[in-house]
Design a protein around this ligand. Structure first.
Ligand code: 13P
Length: 246
């Protein structure tokens, strides 16, 4: 299975810039890498057009926890599917931290995403204080369990979990690949105990120099990348680096 490279463009790019980068990605895309672009909501429709007919997949950065309802400002997972999304991030630490998203809410989003037929990417990871207190395992287990409990009865064939330590996001300091691999093992085991097959990604300051070390770990199925995916040069270097390790 080719490594998964999910590009999270966060709120960094306008619609025009997102389309331009998607066109670059299209020119660079390679069989050796499964590339998923996650532009902001406003750019999803135009990026869908830019990658139509290619092997590049579209993902959203979040979704609502209900299929439909009086939820001002929210975006239905059903509508994301209609727009051409096949993936959706849920529980990104920026949303947990900045918007107060709880494990319970993230679990409901995970459920809504699965019910809509989207491939969810459940984002988990400890912050710097939790890391310093030796709570990494406990935090990951709590976040994952809340998600897995919420979807177990839907029997999803597979879900993706991104281990993204908060202290590694946007800092230029990534986790050690052996620590990320250890987290991936415990996440996969916890998922299996819920009868769920999880593939685990690593995210947090991954770049073209570090991606090879993460992909060398068989426990890690791919990477979720912010900064290094948000420019044409960064994307190209990442794709070249991933091709070299497959
Ligand atoms: P960076 O790659 O910029 O650290 O961001 C990681 C991330 O948050 C991806 O979701």
């Amino acid at each position: 299975m080719s490594p998964l490279f999910i590009a999270n463009w966060k709120m960094q790019l306008s619609d025009v810039a997102s389309v331009a980068l998607a066109q670059e990605a299209r020119a660079l895309a390679h069989d050796a890498v499964t590339l998923v672009l996650c532009p902001s909501f406003n750019a999803l429709a135009d990026v869908a057009v830019a990658i139509a007919g290619s092997d590049i997949a579209l993902g959203a950065q979040d979704c609502a926890w209900e299929e439909r309802g009086a939820l001002t400002g929210e975006v239905s997972p059903e509508d994301l599917k209609q727009l051409g999304c096949t993936y959706v991030l849920v529980g990104h630490s920026e949303r947990r931290r900045e918007l107060g998203e709880t494990d319970a809410l993230v679990g409901k989003k995970l459920r809504a995403a699965c019910a809509a037929g989207l491939m969810p990417v459940l984002c988990v990871g400890e912050d710097a204080a939790e890391r310093a207190a030796g709570k990494r395992g406990a935090v990951i287990a709590r976040q994952c369990s809340a998600g897995f409990d919420a979807v177990a009865d839907l029997r999803p064939s597979e879900i993706l979990v991104a281990y993204e330590p908060v202290w590694a996001i946007g800092t230029g300091v990534s986790a050690a690949p052996e620590d990320a691999a250890a987290a991936a093992v415990s996440i996969a085991a916890l998922a299996a105990s819920h009868d769920i097959h999880a593939r685990v990604l690593y995210g947090g300051s991954v770049d073209a120099d570090s991606v090879g070390a993460f992909m060398a770990r068989k426990e890690i199925a791919g990477v979720l990348v912010g900064t290094a995916s948000q420019t044409a040069t960064g994307l190209r270097d990442m794709i070249v680096a991933l091709q070299a390790v497959t």
